[in-house]
Write a protein that binds this ligand. Structure first.
Ligand code: SAH
Ligand code: SF4
Ligand code: F3S
Length: 439
């Protein structure tokens, strides 16, 4: 049996895809290894979202070429979004690369590897209208055995002006409800306690069979009812599509976690329009109101991007004021990075100077750090149900897990095991974690 090693960059979709790839290869002639030095095939599942994501992969390829100098039989493959974006160019510019396979062509990997073994380089970057890998049972090769991602859709066609995803992931398509439920059943029998339903815009999930239409709200309800012993999370929601219906289901079912990731990108209606996000500042704030009213204990996190084309200082001030107003529990924060081929790259000018981007990003980070701390200070004295994930990195006498709001909780314990559900009273916090004691 030959061995493959796989490294994953990018978002949760890529993590889930690597589990599908592991399944496809394991069902062929390969076994997985986590030791790069013993691999016959080295695969890297890549991300194109920002330039620095791609630079990291070019760095890894340098390392792989050192390995290949010592072991010339090793096959190196680039998979995922960067493979889709750069196609043959990758073979031309990176001598170490033997194969390039895009996100919808993983079923072809065993054949492609054979082609390479016969002495040719190979590329498959075909994008499909209907591939969802729904019959493939992913191999969870790198998990804590407690929580898993379940992909419910692929692709995206929102065409936000800055974003490469629609070009590298293709058209949006939803996976069948039955196969989603079956995958969760399998996870349940393997003792998993938490699943995250994932897609680039879960709110536009729509599975049509005969005359029956399953929306995201329907799916969430079905999963919540079918798996009362499993915690359910989902990501990512889109502000233009998040319905009250989804919020009502979150509120009604205890096992649906009280956390929403609702990327805002900017607090300025002007910038949002330039970004083609499909909502205004007021609309977004009204969605936040709806969350606060319907699911009062819900934590809210977001993505923010500074320095998009045409962003003025007053637009930036509006972003800061929106962040303050919402009081996010957590945020991912980025500087705009132009991606070739997107609407913004073709039609707009990347006109915010780098030093202004850095300054704005730092202001956003500073404000959010303050808000993240406030959010945690508010939890002191509260009692949370925590799903134990493992032993704390800092001390073997402490364990960690997450509460429903997705905050990390650390507490002294040597008796629990991953998968336990425990009650913890919060006594203090750091900027990143809640600290408490078992009750
Ligand atoms: N589907 C999700 C986001 C996927 S990408 C959504 O619509 O919200 C994750 C985040 O990366 C985005 O929310 C955005 O903040 C950031 N991002 C996307 N394209 C980017 C670019 N060209 N430059 C910088 N950040 C970008
Ligand atoms: Fe990109 Fe917009 Fe689709 Fe998110 S919704 S993946 S930001 S195009
Ligand atoms: Fe990156 Fe592709 Fe995800 S570009 S963010 S890995 S969909």
């Amino acid at each position: 049996m030959r061995k493959f090693y796989i490294e994953t960059y990018g978002c949760q979709m890529n993590v889930a895809d690597s589990e599908v790839i592991a399944s496809i290869l394991t069902n062929s002639d390969y076994i997985i290894t986590n030791k790069i030095e013993e691999a016959d095939v080295i695969l890297v599942n890549t991300c194109s979202i920002r330039d620095n994501a791609e630079q990291r992969v070019h760095g890894r390829l340098k390392l792989f070429s050192n390995i290949k100098k010592k072991s010339p039989h090793v096959i190196v493959g680039v998979l995922g979004c960067m493979a889709e974006r750069l196609k043959e160019e990758l073979l031309e510019n990176e001598k170490v690369v033997d194969l390039v396979v895009g996100p919808d062509s993983y079923r072809d990997l065993p054949t492609i590897i054979k082609t390479v073994e016969s002495g040719q380089k190979a590329v498959n970057v075909y994008l499909s209208q209907d591939e969802t890998y729904d019959d493939i049972s992913p191999i969870r090769y790198d998990t804590n055995g407690v929580s898993a991602f379940v992909s419910i859709m692929r692709g995206c066609q929102n065409m936000c002006a800055y974003c490469i995803v629609p070009y590298v992931r293709g058209a949006e398509r939803s996976r069948s409800t039955e196969t989603i439920i079956n995958e969760i059943k399998e996870l349940e029998t393997k003792n998993y306690k938490e699943i995250t339903l994932i897609g680039q815009n879960v709110d536009s999930y729509l599975y049509v069979k005969e005359n029956n239409k399953v929306t995201f709200a329907n799916l969430l309800k079905q999963v919540a009812i079918a798996f009362p012993g499993i915690r359910i999370r989902f990501s990512t929601n889109h502000p233009k599509d998040l319905t009250d219906n989804v919020l009502q289901i979150m509120a009604k079912y205890n096992n649906v976690c009280k956390n929403i990731h609702l990327p805002v990108q900017s607090g300025s209606t002007n910038t949002l329009q330039n970004m083609k996000r499909g909502y205004t500042r007021e609309w977004y704030l009204q969605r936040i109101e709806a969350i606060r009213n319907i699911v009062p204990e819900c934590a809210i996190s977001t993505d923010i991007m500074v320095g998009f084309c045409g962003e003025t200082d007053s637009d930036h001030q509006e972003t800061l004021s929106l962040i303050e107003k919402v009081g996010y529990d957590f945020a991912f924060m980025f500087k705009y990075s132009e991606r070739k081929g997107t609407f913004a790259a073709r039609k707009m000018k990347d006109d915010v100077p780098e030093e202004i981007k850095v300054k704005r990003l730092n202001e956003v980070i500073e404000l959010q750090n303050k808000l993240s701390t406030i959010s945690k200070l508010k939890d002191i004295g509260k009692i949370f149900e925590v799903l134990v994930e493992g032993v704390s990195k800092k001390s073997k006498n402490e364990m960690f897990g997450r509460n429903s709001q997705n905050k990390v909780v650390v507490f002294p314990s040597t008796v629990n095991i991953p998968g336990d559900l425990v009650k913890v009273e919060i006594t203090k916090c750091t900027s990143a974690t809640l600290i408490g004691k078992l009750i």
